[in-house]
Design a protein around this ligand. Structure first.
Ligand code: TRP
Ligand code: SF4
Length: 330
């Protein structure tokens, strides 16, 4: 029997190259070895976007299109929307009973978000419970592993603590202790050299047109010590070059040499990179475009996913209700 994994993404924007190289690639390659549940975490998105939720619906479909175009396969994996499976909320409620308040208040991601997010009010009861809902997502399916980035490790630790406490309190090994499958921190930085992120507006979206890609790459920062064309470049210190190492295959060696010997200018170098990225994304975008023409097909996939997820989820919830004596009937 294959081990089960679950992971999710919040539908708060279009997906970009950072998501592809960090997360999506990883999800795709895990599909054969594991029984995979991939979830659109729309309730998690609402926890920060509740005051202005108008874009969430559009991003749900947008993100799922990217998942499918880049190789998440409904034949292999269960693809579903969190809010379609109400059992998540019920388990979240049960878990909230046993989660110590201090653990949530001390959670590093929580403290960091409170500090960083200034344009939305997240000092709410709901946002404090973010990791509790995440624990419910994972344990509802008794997932043994969770592919995530390093930033999510505190949430996984909390998930294990909740699972352990639950098992202990109700004297049953109901929940596993899920482990992280760590995505290597993405080697891909944003166009400006900071972490690639929607909020910095320094990303190339998976659905950007060729023109947009060329324009964005043309504006990238290069080796800061290279001022004139005649100056030798330092590819290792250049963010543009790190994109070459990921997307350009053999061509990267050629560029490395040209740059070191000052035989190529940064403008030309970026022009070529823009084309390489646009050519790389092209076939996926074509697939995405084809998929987007048949929305019914996408909704069928999500409906199928909802059913498969619900089958597992309702079984777990019944077990939990039994242990907590919340059961009606004989
Ligand atoms: N918190 C995750 C993130 O921001 C998204 C998420 C929600 C998730 N539920 C999950 C990830 C369950 C893994 C497992 O990236
Ligand atoms: Fe960077 Fe290319 Fe300029 Fe070299 S030539 S510094 S790799 S942009």
């Amino acid at each position: 029997m294959k081990k089960r994994i679950l992971s999710g993404m919040r539908p708060t924007g279009r997906l970009h190259l950072g998501h592809l190289v960090g997360t999506l690639d990883n999800w795709v390659s895990l599909q054969d070895e594991y029984e995979c549940f991939y979830m659109v975490a729309d309730w998690h998105a609402l926890m920060s976007e509740y005051a202005d939720p108008k874009n969430i619906k559009e991003y749900i479909l947008d993100n799922v299109l990217d998942w499918l175009a880049f190789g998440i396969s409904p034949a292999k994996s269960t693809i579903f929307i969190q809010s379609q499976v109400k059992e998540h909320l019920e388990l979240y409620m049960f878990f909230s009973l046993i989660t110590p308040l201090g653990l949530l208040e001390r959670c590093p991601t929580y403290k960091e978000q409170l500090r960083q997010v200034t344009d939305r009010d997240i000092s709410t009861y709901g946002f404090l419970g973010y990791p509790v809902l995440q624990a419910a997502d994972i344990l509802l399916y008794k997932a043994e592993a969770v592919p995530v980035g390093e930033d999510q490790l505190p949430h996984l630790e909390l998930t294990r603590q909740i699972a352990k406490k639950f098992n202990h309190l109700y004297k049953k090994e109901l929940f596993p202790s899920p482990q992280a499958i760590l995505t290597k921190t993405s080697r891909l930085l944003g166009l400006d050299g900071r972490k690639m992120s929607k909020s910095y507006n320094n990303y190339i979206a998976l659905s950007d047109s060729s023109e947009e890609i060329l324009k964005k790459v043309a504006g990238m920062f290069t080796d800061p010590t290279r001022i004139r064309l005649a100056d030798a470049g330092h590819p290792q210190a250049c963010n543009v070059f790190s994109y070459y190492t990921i997307f350009a295959g053999q061509k990267k060696n050629e560029i490395e040499e040209l740059c070191r010997k000052a035989k190529i200018g940064c403008t030309e170098c970026k022009k070529q990179l823009g084309k390489i990225i646009a050519d790389f994304l092209g076939p996926y975008q074509e697939k995405r475009h084809q998929l987007s023409k048949n929305k019914k097909h996408i909704f069928d996939i999500l409906e199928e996913g909802r059913k498969k997820a619900t089958l597992v989820a309702s079984k777990t919830i019944n077990e939990v209700r039994g242990l907590l004596k919340i059961k009606y009937g004989l």
